[in-house]
Design a protein around this ligand. Sequence first.
Ligand SMILES: C[S@@+](CC[C@H](N)C(=O)[O-])C[C@H]1O[C@@H](n2cnc3c(N)ncnc32)[C@H](O)[C@@H]1O
Length: 309
Amino acid sequence: MLLLRWSHRGIETYESSLLEWVAKADGSQPNLLKHAPIHERLIDLGISIGIECDALVVGGASSTVEHSLLATMQFERGQVTHVDCVSPRRSDLLPDAELIWRDGYFPLEVTPDELPQVEVIICLAASRLFDDPFDTYSELLKCAKPGALVIIDFLDQPIIRSGGLSGLSAWAKREWSSNPETVLTMLRDFARLSMAASSVLGDLKLEVQSDSPELGLRPGSHNCQTVIYETLFPLWYRPGAELEEVMKLIAWQLHYTSVRATIPKIQTFADNNGMHVEALWPLTPDTNVLIARMPHDAKPSVCSRSTTQ
Ligand SMILES: C[S@@+](CC[C@H](N)C(=O)[O-])C[C@H]1O[C@@H](n2cnc3c(N)ncnc32)[C@H](O)[C@@H]1O
């Protein structure tokens, strides 16, 4: 959808939300290395899916990551349905797959009952953008066939970063509907600040003395800028990155959920849904991954909330 705005330059068009702007504008290549541990787990666990089966990918964008995981699991033929406002890219890895694209957000714009029942569900690096990942994943599990394989991740952001982001985030999302240019101006300045801070910090290192999960810190030597980025505020920068790319990476963060999905909470969620956990581990300091099987006998009595802290 598009938002029309009058300005001194005439009619200007913007995406209908900041999320849609960043999702469509983000042409950056996914960092496949980040997902290497998921491939390794699948191989170690000996997980391969039938030669012919159907899969559902939510929030895959171009779906490069998800297609490579399906290929690792020896997916050969079947439908792969993608739900996102970004269209999937055909991949040589899945030459015989039938790719289907449902344009929109799950579950509000594309509901579970509009989607097929599948043997594999993958949702990675998208749940951080859900209001509540446990609620949305509960809806998603309605699309799982008995015994389906589920590969999903959860954000567990340090308290300081999520607290600092929430006010700015609420403002930016609200402001976008009336003044998208103001939001873009803020993002531009924020990105310049990130780039300037980064060039001052350079390779400066910080010795962290003790484990501090509240700050998202682990003992050891860390790059100062990485620490700021991961624990305090999204001063994102990579040498050589263009201003636009830095703006987009910051805009992603403004959509991150403030719900903390710790390992015990995820375990409770899996138990409540009758799932058999194959693996549950921290992929990065702020991201936990769950690989699990749905029960074989019955549909789960889907329970969204986990009670364990
Ligand atoms: C950071 S990208 C992740 C892309 C890919 N999964 C990866 O790991 O590289 C997040 C994607 O999730 C999509 N997304 C966010 N919320 C969504 C929702 N409720 N339903 C479907 N897609 C969603 C965004 O549009 C975006 O394309």
